[in-house]
Design a binder for this molecule. Structure first.
Ligand SMILES: [Zn+2]
Length: 224
């Protein structure tokens, strides 16, 4: 997918398309339009670099075993195994069967979120009022892109939010606050088995998760 003419980000927005975070032979290099979805199959051993091209753009993400999508990313398995609420370099992204799907091998922001969840038409309406009911969210992106891969609503589980800042406060409260990312910042994840990765370039305009300016993402897969 390429970024269409008339993309929604503000004129003059700084964009840094950056480069793969780890060396290797590039086997896939996609640009994801603001507000749009993406999916790709990444073979065991290959490394996916996700570039936050415009900065502070949430990349909502689900991961499946490419050969059996009933095995999929699990937030509780991932957090319980590592005993920490944040996703950082070294975090093993585990499935509902406890097996490693991907590992974070490099990360250019302090921490990544996997607690904040995905936005959607229904939750937007509940949170922000009925006037936002026409805005599509990450859930709608996941459904549209997932349909191309044989997935439906029953396959949508709790997700990762690359580049979104959801601090866990001292009293346990969660925030959705201004991001820590910047144009060109990257995260790299290595496939530990063949995986299907589903991404929503978050369209949310009612809280600061996208800095109120949805910008593109770049997805680069290398064979080390
Ligand atoms: Zn979203």
């Amino acid at each position: 997918m390429t970024v269409p003419v008339g993309a929604t980000y503000a004129p003059g927005s700084p964009l840094d398309w950056s480069e793969p975070l780890l060396p290797g032979t590039v086997v896939l290099d996609d640009r994801v339009a603001p507000n749009g979805p993406w999916s790709g199959v990444i073979a065991q051993g290959q490394v996916l670099t996700i570039v936050d091209v415009g900065g502070n753009q949430s990349a909502d993400c689900l991961i499946y075993n490419a050969h059996d999508t009933a095995e999929r990313y699990s937030v509780p398995d991932t957090l319980a195994w590592q005993g920490n609420a944040y996703v950082r370099t070294g975090t093993v992204l585990r499935s509902n069967e406890g097996r490693p799907l991907m590992t974070v091998v490099a990360n250019e922001i302090d921490r990544q979120d996997t607690i904040g969840g995905a936005c959607g038409k229904e939750s937007n309406t509940l949170r922000y009022g009925h006037h936002v009911a026409h805005q599509h969210g990450c859930r709608e992106n996941f459904l549209a892109e997932g349909a191309r891969r044989g997935l439906d609503a029953r396959d949508l589980v709790s997700n990762l939010n690359w580049f979104m800042n959801v601090p866990v406060e001292a009293d346990g409260a969660l925030g959705i606050v201004d991001g820590m990312s910047a144009p060109g910042k990257r995260v790299a994840v290595r496939a530990e088995t063949d995986v299907l990765v589903l991404v929503s370039n978050c369209p949310q305009m009612n809280n600061p998760c996208n800095d109120f300016n949805p910008t593109p993402l770049r997805m680069i897969v290398v064979q080390p």
